[in-house]
Design a protein around this ligand. Sequence first.
Ligand SMILES: Cc1cc2nc3c(=O)[nH]c(=O)nc-3n(C[C@H](O)[C@H](O)[C@H](O)COP(=O)(O)OP(=O)(O)OC[C@H]3O[C@@H](n4cnc5c(N)ncnc54)[C@H](O)[C@@H]3O)c2cc1C
Length: 342
Amino acid sequence: MWSGSEQAWPFSAAARPAPRGHAAQFDGWGAGKVLMASLSARALALGAVAHYSSRVLALVVDQAGAIAGIAVRIDGALRFVRARRGVVLCAGGFIGNREMVGQYAPAALRCPQLVSGGNDDGAGIRMGISVGAAAIHMDQFFATLPFFPPESLVKGIFVNQRGSRFINEDAYHGRVAHYVLGQPGGRAWLLVDNGIFGRPMIHPDITVAAAGDSWSEVEQELGMPTGALVHTVEEFNRHAAAGDDPYFHKAATWLRPLSEGPFAALSYCPDDMPAHAFTLGGLATLPDGRVLDTGRQPIAGLYAAGRTACGLPRWGEGYSSGMSLGDSTFFGRMAGLHAAAR
Ligand SMILES: Cc1cc2nc3c(=O)[nH]c(=O)nc-3n(C[C@H](O)[C@H](O)[C@H](O)COP(=O)(O)OP(=O)(O)OC[C@H]3O[C@@H](n4cnc5c(N)ncnc54)[C@H](O)[C@@H]3O)c2cc1C
């Protein structure tokens, strides 16, 4: 499947676009559950033992500094578990720990919607740090303002409070969100005309900040300097009519002049549209899942995967759909293989 920015500039110019994503075969939403049910059932069939209602509290280290086990609360009782091969930390990221977010990724505080299962409090990362692990790219995070579907909205253009464009809107929505958040005051509007208007599926109650029969009416209602927004739309329309976007390189498929009234500006300002986020920074690891200390030496017996580690997605603006799940499953498997072979 196509998973994000492959077909969008600048990525489309750097690598031949190809659908590089994979999903479990399932009609509609819910393929993730199908995938997890299959993987869990297979793990249990192979003899893995799962403990629920459990919380790992700390790592236990032997005198040589290798990871010897964990302290864990299972059904309310404190237990110590020896790890003969190793401990793989897969406790998610830290978006739910607002103190940590403030310390490491303050820009993500602007995203009040937490993309997490509710337990992403950074416990895994903190356990790693407690035994000397390096935590890297801790300022990076995935963010989104899901402005489509409907896909017709990708044909709209985002402008900031100066009436200027700032991104090719056909980029992955997470990349677009980072650019929106980076505008003065995090304020931006998606300009649409009657031909492409629709309510975004995830936020159907979107605020229509301005509407009018001409772009100058919309500009006035948004309180922008006279001519700023009108000039931007005229420029965009002139080039879009020729199938071109020389300023931001939006692909021709998404280019269409915004000329069919009435016209509107959908608000993606912080008060109207809360951004969603999860963190991408985490423990430094090798491709086989071994956790590295600050001197880039592996910590014996310690592994990490998923958002507890800083795996492939190291750059919020370059993130595409699937990069977190793929990263978790692939490097989780690598960590398990390496630990099992110890
Ligand atoms: C609605 C939604 C849609 C998403 N869509 C996509 C998508 O399309 N593609 C994509 O790649 N990603 C997507 N994501 C993100 C992706 O699901 C997560 O980034 C990914 O699941 C992270 O996996 P993980 O194993 O690192 O952590 P998690 O899946 O968060 O699992 C961590 C587990 O560790 C447990 N835990 C935490 N602390 C402790 C502790 N101290 N002791 C014991 N257990 C602990 C937690 O309870 C949790 O069960 C989506 C997320 C959401 C919420």
